[in-house]
Design a protein around this ligand. Sequence first.
Ligand SMILES: C[S@@+](CC[C@H](N)C(=O)[O-])C[C@H]1O[C@@H](n2cnc3c(N)ncnc32)[C@H](O)[C@@H]1O
Length: 355
Amino acid sequence: MNAGPLTPRALMSLLANGAKAMDVVEAALELGVLDALESAELTVAEMGARLGLVPGRLYKALDCLESLGLVRGRSAGDDPLLTRYAGVPGLKEAALAVAGPGALERDRDRYPWRVLHGRLPEVLRGTLSIPASDFGWPPDETQLAGFERSMAAGLGPFVETFRSHAPRLFGASSFRLLDVGGGDGTLAAALLASSPGLRADVFNLPAAEPLVHRTARDSGQEDRLGFVGGDFLTGPLPRGYDGMSLVRVLHDWPVSTARTLLEKAHRALEPGGLIMISEEFRTPERLAGQFFWSYFLIGVDACHSRLYDVDHYTRLLSETGFAEITVLPGPVELILAVCDKETGAATNDRGMDGE
Ligand SMILES: C[S@@+](CC[C@H](N)C(=O)[O-])C[C@H]1O[C@@H](n2cnc3c(N)ncnc32)[C@H](O)[C@@H]1O
């Protein structure tokens, strides 16, 4: 059977049974069904025998997975036990990402989204919000450690992209990087581990200092990983760096704020300095992955979270005085650009806020 895109009616049926659908996925993961589906196209009878499962029950669970578009079945006549099933590519990896140990979805569930649940009409009419004491933006001192931990848990694809381009980014014999809004320093520490000529400072709100020091200690990078406390909304960015990275930072602010931040970076960098932007640039896949935050942040007005496409940033970069804009590929793209004081003259002279 060829699944094709789901109709709205089919999607709604699946959504209404979402908890049960995840129950099937989790059981299939636990029982080795997903491994079996990836290893060969087996009949239900063969899979049941291999895994010690009752074939007359297993085919119904496989029907559930097929209705989700996660497996494809090829019938051979009327007997459901002779239907051959194969998993779609990436099935087990995806199931592990959302239901395995360390799943991001589980981490997100810790946030107080239940404040909104069932009350979205009030939220959308503006009479109910997530209290800042539960989740503020930026997070307050009591919330920051938990938030940065959540962020660090999702850094894998960013580390991979940065590392795969490290020779181009930090290839010089010595390179000083400022990771602006750099969380608890997890990304910086991972980059230091694979780039010997690199030194990195994390720029973050002062409450993040002990978190970054702990990361530096735990990763054995105390000599090369530093911290600069500050507020990029109200103050300038520090000078003295060969490059600045902004990872999952710009998309949390209105476009005007993102632009001001890029102007501040431009002012702080020397001509030829590098700017690196990476975040989940907008695709249907990433928008789906962002579902939790899109939902939860409906109740947090201070956070303007939105996924933008790559072109949005290449435009902002060229408007704020950066040149040689290149989009580097990876699990998440990385936009690299060079500070060009010639083209940046107009923005530099405007005397932006905070300086
Ligand atoms: C979405 S997190 C991304 C963290 C990290 N770059 C990552 O990708 O895991 C945004 C970061 O910006 C920092 N941040 C938010 N507002 C800030 C401000 N006004 N000044 C400096 N840092 C800020 C947060 O503390 C947090 O570390």
